[in-house]
Design a protein around this ligand. Structure first.
Ligand SMILES: Nc1ncnc2c1ncn2[C@@H]1O[C@H](COP(=O)(O)OP(=O)(O)OP(=O)(O)O)[C@@H](O)[C@H]1O
Length: 386
């Protein structure tokens, strides 16, 4: 154990800090990690991203001393880890690996209780904690608690792995490709679920992934590495995608950068299109003329602030041949709506999935404007220029 006098002065809220860290596995080997300096703030989720072999796992494993640095130092919670007893250090650090890393001959309950048992918790406290954690990760303790890992799906095992890492409530969580071994649909669900858990628990998380989209979805900041553990850029997802710092980042984030940015670009009411708004009782002839004056192809039909649907110029013109025709006779319902709180990605895919050339955007249930391909384009451009 170290004494208080050895406590190091950290940046105010840095929980994990790498200072000029170097790792060489063999004396003559090229460094797996080269002069790495970066830090993770309390409650932050940082994703370590980069191509295979660039040193991500090595970096992660230096935090809990599964790997020892060759040079520099790793500071956790103000303490140089090389001065801290390894058992003490690991007690405060949960570790999740691919495919859950569960012990095959122990039940789910026993797996989750591993650390509390080592810490000497009494049986009823262990039991309570296990139930609470299985609930947290969405597995019914009565159904799954007494099964063995092989009797669970890959995604379920993964969730047990997360529950086990959280069992002793460690302030820091290390996750090494935790969702790597499951199919994309399950992966998507696990990411969403983990993000929700993280919003509640606010652990300090270092998360290794080679999947940039996963990092963009779940990380507060992304550290992007090239071979030899060289840190190319450390930034929030939007900045990484809109202002890549090096040629390597440009290449790694690839030509899909624009699409990826959709996931992190918010909708702004002031950017929305304002097509002509008609009432259901408006006459078709009047509406057709108004649309001509507006130079639009479609209008949105709104009644008392609620969207009823849309009308296209062609249908209005046709309907206008009959003197009594009203807008309500030709209105077509939207098959989807978007909330102002949605990100552009969800909004854009909803736009692509329906027939209308625009999508109504709602604040609560009130219509506030429309999403069109031009709006998406302008929002992305603004993000680049910002
Ligand atoms: N125990 C070891 N002994 C020798 N070399 C090692 C050892 N572990 C890793 N390396 C080497 O260090 C480099 C970084 O490996 P590391 O596993 O940290 O990369 P990674 O980015 O996590 O890769 P991946 O995404 O493929 O898991 C690689 O060149 C690897 O071959």
């Amino acid at each position: 154990m170290i004494t208080d006098s050895e406590e190091l002065d950290t940046g105010i809220d840095d929980v994990i800090r790498f200072e000029n860290v170097v790792k060489r596995y063999g004396r003559r080997d090229a460094p797996a990690v080269t002069d790495l300096t970066f830090s993770v703030r309390r409650g932050e989720l940082v994703a370590l991203v980069g191509p295979s072999g660039c040193g991500k796992s090595t970096i992660l494993r230096m935090v809990n001393r599964l790997v020892e640095p060759t040079g520099g130092r790793v500071v956790v919670d103000g303490r140089d880890t090389s001065h801290v007893d390894v058992v003490d250090l690991r007690r405060g650090i949960g570790y999740v690996i691919q495919a859950g890393g569960l012990l095959p001959h122990r039940t789910i309950r026993q797996n989750v209780a591993t650390v509390p048992r080592l810490l000497g918790w009494d049986a009823s406290a262990q039991q309570r904690r296990v139930d609470e954690l299985l609930d947290l990760v969405g597995l019914d303790p009565a159904t799954y608690g007494d099964r063995y890992p092989a009797q669970l799906s890959g995604g379920q095992q993964q969730r047990v792995g997360v529950a086990r890492a959280l069992a002793a409530d460690p302030p820091v969580l290390l996750m090494d490709e935790p969702f790597g071994a499951v199919d994309p649909v399950v992966r998507d669900r696990l990411q969403t679920q983990f993000r929700r858990i993280q919003t509640d628990l606010r652990k300090t998380v270092l998360f290794v992934t080679h999947d940039l989209d996963e990092a963009v979805r779940i990380a507060d900041r992304i550290a992007l590495f090239s071979a030899g553990g060289v840190l190319e850029q450390f930034a929030d997802p939007r900045t990484l995608l809109s202002a890549p710092a090096t040629e390597f980042v440009v290449e790694f984030t690839g030509s899909d950068r624009g699409l990826r940015r959709l996931a992190v670009t918010p909708l702004h009411v002031e950017d929305l299109a304002k097509p002509l708004v008609l009432a259901p009782g408006d006459g078709a002839a009047y509406a057709a003329t108004a649309l001509d004056v507006d130079r639009g192809d479609v209008a949105v039909v709104v009644s008392d602030g609620r969207v009823l649907g849309w009308v296209a110029r062609g249908r209005l013109r046709e309907a206008a041949r009959s003197r009594d025709a009203r807008v309500r006779d030709v209105v077509q319902p939207f098959t989807a709506t978007v909330s102002v709180r949605d990100g552009l990605r969800g909004a854009f895919s909803a736009l692509l999935a329906q027939d209308a050339p625009l999508l109504p955007v709602l604040d609560g249930d009130r219509y506030v404007g429309a999403l069109t391909p031009d709006v998406v384009h302008d929002a992305l451009r603004r993000d680049v220029d910002a």
